[in-house]
Structure formats: C-alpha cells, structure tokens
Design a protein around this ligand. Structure first.
Ligand code: MF3
Ligand code: CO
Length: 287
C-alpha cells in the first residue's frame, strides 16, 4: 500500500500515519507462525461509532430485564420485555428468526447451558439461576451480551458457580489487550474454572461480532496462553465462557434442536461481555 494514500481503515489519514505500523507488526507476527486477523475483522472508526449505539441499546435492554425479573415470572414475559423495548427503540432482537430461532432472547435455566427458548410454560421459581442472553441489531449493527440472575434465594452451590463465572469473565477480560493472544483469555478462564472444581464448555464459545451476529474468530476458553489469534486494535469479540458445576459435556434438546443442557444435569452459568480492543487496552461495549 502507498504510504501517502488514504489508509484502508477509512480514517481519512495517510496510510503511513495510520495503519502502516499496524500492518508491519501483523506481518512479522504472521511470519513467526501466529494467527493474525485480516482487515475485515478490524472495525473502522465509523463502524465503531455505529456498533457502540447498538451496544448501548443492548445494555439498556438487559437493564430492563434486570429491573423486572422476579420469581413467578415466565421466560415468555422476559421475551416480551426484550422484543417491546428493543423495537420501541428502533432495534431488532438479533435472535428472532436467526437460523430459525423462534424468540427474541435466550433464557437458559439451571442445567441449561445456553440457547434456552422462552416459553409461557417456563416459570422462574425461587432458587433458579437463569442466563438471559440479549443480542441487538440497530441500523444493521450487532451487539451481544448476557447476564446471570439468581431468582430469590438460591443454593450456596448456585451462588458459588455464578461467582466463579463472574471471576472467569473478569480474569479473561484482564488478558484482553492489543498484541496479546486469544489463548491468553482462554487459559485465564480455564485455569480459574478448573481450580474451583468447575469445567468450561469446549465446543461452544465466543465470536467476533459487530457487522454480523457471529463473525470470525471463534473464541475458545480452553486454549493456551500465547496461542490462537493475535488481538489487534479495532477487533471486536465476545468473552462468554459457559462454566459448568460438573462435566463440560452436553446434550442438545432433540425436540427443539436448540437448547443445550449439561450431560450430568448439574448447573451451568454464563456471562457474556462484548469487547473492543483499543490502541492501549480494551473497552467493554456491552455487558
Ligand atoms: N447470543 C448467543 C451468543 O452469544 C447466540 C444465540 S443464537 C440464537 O452467541 F439464535 F439462539 F439466538
Ligand atoms: Co455471543
């Protein structure tokens, strides 16, 4: 690329003043055998501005759920809140009709690992733990985050699982930085989970996000430090480990083809942050 031509990132700056160093750095890392992102995974300043709006709406949707969730509520009522609030604010719930998913949000209770389908028959009861996974499209830009909710008073075991999951995500986040590796996040998550007697789901994980619901790279949380894709400024992806109290093995609901359960029937928890790698660190866009 010509040093004096406008940079490929769309900043309007000259290439030599913009992503020239960046490209050279990635080239060296690639020559050393590392996996590097291609330019399609680097968001432009304008894309970041638009995705930030989507992410802010996504957080507001989660806040609505947090304010309303209580024992006796059905997961369909959560779906109604998500659909109504999102569309009233100009957005579209990303799960709705995504690869045939029938509802606007995923609600995964107790031994459900992920992709629980809201239903008028599923009543949240005192002692349940539930993951609410909200994803939003605003003006064509995607955002994605999820939270755990304890319904009333829950068991010590459930409290501990949620606490370990929160710690896993925070420890993973602490490893998210430019020129680090996605495996740094994976190792931090997996080490903490296993040290606490929990396991990390292996085949389902995080993903790039922003221009699409699910972009490259796939983000695993059982990987090793110094491996997997290099994190470069402008990349966006999710940190969303699924932490099981027992085995990491799972089964998928045969009837609906979506809902993932722990194979041993023990509890599972998940927390999802959507992050942007910046020049000097990381920013959480929605959580
Ligand atoms: N929100 C999930 C994720 O974090 C994806 C759900 S796909 C759906 O990647 F179709 F079930 F909504
Ligand atoms: Co996600």
């Amino acid at each position: 690329m010509e040093p004096n031509k406008p940079c490929w990132c769309g900043s309007g700056k000259k290439y030599k003043k913009c992503h020239k160093n960046f490209d050279e750095k990635l080239h060296i890392l690639k020559m050393q055998g590392h996996i590097v992102p291609d330019h399609s995974l680097i968001k432009t300043p304008e894309q970041i501005r638009m995705i930030r709006r989507s992410a802010d709406l996504n957080t507001a949707v989660l806040d609505q759920v947090a304010a309303a969730i209580r024992p006796g509520m059905t997961t369909q009522e959560i779906d109604d809140i998500v659909y109504t609030f999102t569309t009233e604010n100009g957005g579209i719930p990303a799960p709705l009709n995504y690869e045939g998913f029938p509802k606007s949000v995923c609600t995964s209770i107790n031994d459900q690992i992920c992709h629980g389908i809201p239903s008028e028959y599923d009543v949240l009861e005192e002692g349940d733990i539930v993951n609410v996974d909200v994803s939003t499209i605003l003006d064509g830009y995607f955002s994605d985050a999820s939270r755990m909710f304890a319904i009333g008073e829950v068991s010590d075991e459930a409290k501990r699982l949620i606490k370990v999951t929160e710690e896993c995500v925070e420890l993973g986040l602490a490893q998210a930085r430019p020129w680090g590796f996605l495996g740094d996040i994976g190792e931090a998550v997996n080490t903490h989970a296993t040290a606490n007697g929990c396991s990390v789901v292996r085949d389902i994980g995080g993903h790039g996000v922003g221009l699409e619901f699910h972009e490259d790279p796939f983000v695993s949380y059982v990987t090793r430090k110094g491996t997997e894709m290099v994190m470069a400024p402008g990349m966006m992806f999710t940190i969303e480990p699924m932490i099981n109290a027992g085995t990491y093995e799972y089964t998928v609901d045969e009837d609906n083809g979506w809902t993932v359960y722990t194979a041993d029937g023990m509890l599972s928890a998940q927390i999802e942050y959507m992050v942007l790698i910046t020049e000097d660190g990381v920013e959480v866009l929605t959580k």
